[in-house]
Design a protein. Structure first.
Lengths: 211, 133
């Protein structure tokens, strides 16, 4: 994937999050403070606009620009979390101009570690990590098995979707939802749902199917 | 006392602009002399937190002896952490796990006496165990 593909990823993520903003907010209203879709739409639209003006000339620079925009503009917990994820992913790509399967895998892992460190959450806490964790693992398994970018990103998106479904019976241990305790059981985690969209956007772009 | 430097500054990070400003007013009234800077609300002024506001508040509160950040809830902690990670090495600001109002008062009273950063942090943390009545 080159710089323009990474720009396309951000654009497609912003498009999907904008389209699904109401659904994300509905999920968040059930167990959180009901602003996830609104906040994330604002953050990703700002990131997309900032990227239009920015000179980001490498994939790493694109992701770091997105990270800064998300941290600065989102307004909720998802801003620093996704912002840190994109920045760490961007840093891990350094000055590379072309990102291959293995490199993208390490950047996804860097994103996971960034979120985990900032939020002090673990898989099973009913957070975005419950979608991202399985996605990173599935990506790496696919890559080690010889998958190309299309196959590995598709495996990641599918695993994230399964991870999202698995958040339904979980008890939330982080964020506003954690105050609700057992009442969070039976609902999808909104953060995991937005992670699915971002990874679906990645798979779409890798497959050359972005609109 | 820290010599040749100003007092430890206090930054109050809240989801609500009104809550941060109100708490800062209250704390200044009780603990006159300390520098207390509010960093409340989302970037657009609505409910939420803003790393940009937090960063600016740290700068305003920093008189050379360090800054204590007291968050209200959830994303205030994450936003503050992301700012501190960014400023790593450029600031002595520290995030403290303390009750918002009582912690801010305790920190500001300590800071107002010229206590150093570790002492101000300890004062804020100890506020957790202080009974209200």
């Amino acid at each position: 994937m080159d710089t323009s593909a990474f720009r396309a990823w951000v654009h497609e993520s912003a498009r999907l999050i904008t389209a699904e903003a109401e659904e994300l907010t509905r999920l968040d209203a059930a167990i959180g403070d009901g602003d996830h879709g609104i906040n994330l739409r604002r953050g990703f639209q700002a990131a997309d606009e900032m990227l239009d003006k920015a000179e980001a000339e490498t994939p790493g620079a694109v992701l770091q620009t997105v990270g800064r925009a998300l941290i600065s503009k989102t307004g909720g917990a998802s801003g620093p979390l996704y912002g840190t994820a994109f920045r760490q992913a961007g840093k891990s790509l350094a000055d590379a101009t072309e990102v291959d399967v293995a490199r993208l895998g390490s950047s996804l892992e860097a994103a996971f570690n960034g979120i985990q460190q900032l939020g002090a959450a673990h898989e099973g806490d009913k957070t975005m990590l419950d979608a991202l964790g399985p996605a990173v693992t599935a990506y790496q398994v696919a890559a080690e098995g010889g998958a190309d970018l299309v196959g590995a990103t598709r495996a990641a998106a599918e695993a994230a979707e399964r991870g999202l479904q698995e958040t339904v019976p979980m008890l939330a241990r982080k964020g506003r939802a954690s105050y609700l305790g057992e009442r969070t059981i039976g609902h999808q985690d909104p953060g995991a749902a937005s992670t699915v969209l971002i990874l679906r956007a990645l798979a779409t772009v890798a497959a050359g199917e972005a609109t | 006392m820290t010599e040749g430097l100003g007092l430890v500054g206090i930054v109050l990070v809240s989801h609500s602009e009104a809550l941060a400003e109100g708490a800062a007013d209250l704390v200044r009234q009780i603990a006159g002399g300390a520098t207390v800077v509010p960093a409340g609300g989302a970037p657009d002024g609505g409910l939420g937190t803003s790393p940009d506001k937090i960063e600016a508040a740290i700068e305003d509160a920093d008189a050379g002896s360090g800054v204590v950040l007291i968050p209200d809830l959830g994303s205030a902690v994450l936003s503050a952490r992301s700012v501190l990670a960014d400023l790593a090495g450029e600031t002595t600001a520290q995030l403290v796990d303390a009750p918002f109002v009582e912690g801010a008062v305790a920190a500001a009273v300590a800071a107002g006496t010229g206590a150093d950063l570790p002492a101000v942090i300890a004062a804020a943390e100890e506020a957790r165990d202080a009974a209200k009545f």
